[in-house]
Design a protein around this ligand. Structure first.
Ligand SMILES: Nc1ncnc2c1ncn2[C@@H]1O[C@H](COP(=O)(O)OP(=O)(O)O)[C@@H](O)[C@H]1O
Ligand SMILES: [Mg+2]
Length: 324
């Protein structure tokens, strides 16, 4: 079995509000092996971005806080690291690709200069051919021209490619891709996903993919985590989860994905809206939308039940081996 490169345990994150702290991530367990691609899937607002961006403290400490948990990266707990040490990990060892690449690229700096900065940060000598090679590798056909362009002169898809080229130059151990194809034309999405597969295979880069789209996860990931209401409600090998979802929420998400796949005229959609942090209680977050709800689902946050290689946070599985 490949070694774990990242191990997250009982991770909780809150935002400061006028009324006090509001917890939005309520105890996440997650690990990533070397060279593995895992997915976190869930509707918008379930806490995916806050979780992964807080792992490397991308959120300003004046607006959010990590309340609990540990994030082990090569044996070091990132939660306790100094800002200086974290800064040496961000981008270099753990890189982050945003839904909207313009969030990460500097609008006032030519593309070539931004790629040069990566080499500088890695104390590598400046090399025009190396940068052009990285641009070609991500499918930019005329690297000479793009080198001198600004991000606004490129399309969203091209800028996302530039982000991946930055990763090829910096070769991080972990790449966190947060909805990397959501702001890109459908026709180009597959090409970006194929690029992620390529960097994963070629450089053994471990990837955490965040998406609200089950199909995107299906295309890339070996293991998947289903997130709802600030909790992971199911985890397992993607193929197994897809063929036999255990959590009623996962089942609904898959029904939506299948109906889109089949081009059904009546596209299946999930009833009701996702729970928001103000409504979090010590009960199952999916209760109101669940067609299998029982009274006992309101007595506590369901624990995690382990069923063979699968994990599920649902009272339907009470009586099987439980953890946490
Ligand atoms: N800066 C913020 N201040 C307060 N609440 C926030 C902030 N950013 C996100 N949230 C809340 O945290 C929850 C999770 O958000 P997010 O992680 O962005 O969801 P996802 O990525 O799954 O769509 C949401 O309810 C959102 O409203
Ligand atoms: Mg998000």
């Amino acid at each position: 079995m490949r070694e774990k490169i990242l191990d997250v345990q009982d991770f909780k994150v809150s935002f400061y509000q006028d009324q006090g702290k509001l917890q939005v991530v309520r105890g996440i367990d997650l690990f990533l092996r070397k060279g593995e691609m895992i997915g976190i899937v869930g509707e918008s607002g379930s806490g995916k971005s806050v979780t992964v961006s807080s792992l490397i403290k991308l959120q300003d400490e004046s607006i959010s806080s990590i309340d609990q948990g540990s994030v082990l990266f090569e044996g070091e707990n990132l939660v306790n690291l100094s800002e200086k040490k974290l800064a040496s990990i961000r981008g270099k060892r753990i890189a982050y690709i945003f839904q909207n690449p313009s969030q990460a690229l500097n609008p006032y700096k030519r593309i070539g200069k931004q790629l040069e900065s990566v080499l500088k940060a890695h104390r590598q000598p400046y090399s025009y051919p190396l940068i052009c090679e990285a641009l070609k590798e991500v499918g930019i056909d005329s690297p000479d021209t793009v080198y001198n362009m600004y991000p606004f002169q490129l399309s969203g898809g091209q800028n996302q490619r530039i982000m991946i080229a930055l990763c090829i130059l910096s070769k991080p151990d972990i790449l966190i891709a947060d909805e990397p194809t959501s702001s890109i034309d459908a026709s180009l999405r597959k090409r970006i996903l194929d690029l992620l597969i390529k960097v994963n295979k070629k450089y053994q880069m471990s990837i955490i993919l965040i998406t609200h789209d089950f199909d995107v996860a299906k295309y890339l990931c070996e293991r998947i985590h289903i997130m709802y209401g600030g909790l992971i409600v199911e985890e397992g090998i993607l193929k197994e989860v897809f063929h036999k979802p255990l959590h009623p929420y996962t089942n609904e998400l898959i029904k939506c994905a299948r109906s889109l796949d089949l081009g059904d005229e009546n596209i299946y959609s999930l009833e009701g809206s996702p729970i928001i942090p103000n409504e979090f209680r010590d009960e199952c977050p999916f209760y109101l939308r669940c067609d299998k709800r029982m009274e006992k689902c309101l007595t506590k946050i369901p624990p995690i039940y382990t069923i063979e290689s699968r994990k599920v946070r649902c009272m339907l599985y009470e009586g099987t081996v439980s953890h946490g």
